[in-house]
Write a protein that binds this ligand. Structure first.
Ligand code: PL4
Length: 409
């Protein structure tokens, strides 16, 4: 028989989000009348907006005509969409041929790991979106666990805690490593300032490291002083790749559309441009994003689409505000609860001093019938925290806020 890929046996346990779904389903089947509200997985809930729906429908109709039909397209995406991303989202700081349109940020993160192979060392913010660590373990970049901990050898965990305002000590970045960095951050909701990203870029360059900058939530930034892209920082073109997504701003979590920016200056140790290998990888194991999804993405970057998208994001940010307010009542003060994030990000990050994340998760599920995400699922530094997602219908958010405001632990 074929041997199991031993890297998979290095994975700690199940992937976080299916585990949460499993617990949610188990609770719902035992308590069918509980009126469970999910603020756990960051999954969009509001309908697609009219301008974008029209563009999707028009593309479907075109595919039903002899002249309008198209089959496989350019693997890197429609040139019109690549132009639009460069112009609208990056103010032409990057060129359209550095944009690679994909089926989503998560899928690109997986492909990027394949690009760098199993010998690269990896640094992650702790806590972090689990795909960075689990994906690295799957391709062997992280090898085995460090005994007595939940950490992997080969992965440097850079704690992001309230003490450092959720920005890591960049001195921890190893030489020649791949550094995953997410801003606005999932799960902490923190957004790195221009000064902080300048330090990050400077350190990465000094250490010969490459930053994988995940900007999946960039559209939630409302403070104009905060950078939306790593390419707003001088020197980033020589040390960074950026991954972006239409999932959260446009509601394309199910439609699937994202992109990756690989600047031409970025090179491997032997001088080979990273974009050359990325292009080869992308065109070999990816066949291009759906042409229907791309038509929708294009519409979202037109003036009418941008207005609609801003309204959708405003809705989720207002949800985040409601959740934050609910967690700042007197009972939470008595428990010493601290609330972070949720102002330029869709996640509210909450610390319950002295408590375990999964215990808080269970208590909130049992007492409030609300699903959240335990912070420990994002890394060791997430212990004692939980994450609330602001993706939800307003009625559900208001009801969840009511229930949460009465929580006593
Ligand atoms: C549950 C920092 C959510 N099944 O939709 P994509 O692939 O363009 O983007 C995914 C993504 C990329 N980068 C960051 C993210 O937070 C996400 C989505 N994360 C969450 O609740 O943390 C959805 C998770 C989904 C998953 O595993 O991604």
């Amino acid at each position: 028989m074929i041997e199991r890929n031993s890297f998979f046996s290095n994975l700690t346990s199940g992937y976080l989000f299916p585990e949460i779904n499993k617990r949610r389903r188990a609770f719902a089947s035992e308590n069918p009348d509980a009126g469970l509200i999910s603020l756990g997985i960051g999954n969009t809930t509001e309908p697609l907006t009219p301008h974008i729906v029209d563009a999707l429908a028009a593309q479907v109709a075109r595919l039903g005509t002899k002249d309008g039909y198209s089959g496989y397209g350019d693997e890197a995406g429609l040139s019109t969409l690549r132009d639009k991303i460069a112009e609208v989202l990056y103010e032409n700081r990057i060129s359209p041929d550095e944009v690679f349109v994909s089926d989503g940020a998560k899928c690109d993160i997986g492909r990027i790991q394949y690009l760098f192979g199993s010998r690269v060392s990896v640094a992650v913010q702790d806590p972090a979106y689990p795909v960075y660590v689990d994906g690295s373990v799957m391709i062997g970049a992280a090898s085995a666990m460090i005994s007595g901990t939940t950490n992997y050898a080969g992965i440097t965990y850079m704690p992001c805690t309230r003490e450092n305002s959720f920005f890591p000590d960049t001195a921890l970045i190893p030489e020649n490593s791949l550094v995953y960095f997410c801003s606005p951050n999932n799960p902490t909701g923190a957004v790195a300032t221009r000064e902080q990203l300048t330090v990050l870029v400077k350190t990465a360059r000094e250490k010969g490291s490459i930053i994988i900058f995940d900007s999946a939530y960039a559209a939630f930034i409302r403070d104009p002083s905060l950078p939306r892209s790593i390419f707003e920082i001088d020197g980033a073109r020589e040390c960074a790749i950026e991954v972006g997504s239409f999932s959260k701003p446009v509601g394309f979590t199910g439609v699937r559309l994202g992109w990756t920016i690989v600047p031409k200056e970025l090179a491997f140790a032997d001088g080979t441009p990273v974009i050359q290998d990325w292009n080869r990888l992308f065109s070999t194991i990816f066949n291009g994003a759906s042409n229907i999804a791309q038509a929708g993405g294009l519409a979202s970057l037109e003036p009418a689409g941008l207005v609609e998208t801003r309204e959708t994001i405003d809705y989720y940010l207002e949800n985040a505000r409601i959740i934050r307010d609910a967690l700042q009542g007197p009972n939470f003060g008595r428990m010493g609860v601290e609330v972070y994030g949720g102002d330029n990000a869709p996640y509210v990050w909450v610390r319950f001093p002295g408590k375990k994340s999964w215990d808080i998760f269970d208590a909130i599920l049992e007492k409030c019938h609300v699903v959240c995400t335990p912070g420990a699922g994002f890394g060791p530094a997430g212990e004692s925290y939980i994450r609330f997602s602001s993706f939800g219908h307003r009625d559900d958010i208001l009801e969840a806020a009511q229930r949460l405001s009465r929580l006593e632990l």
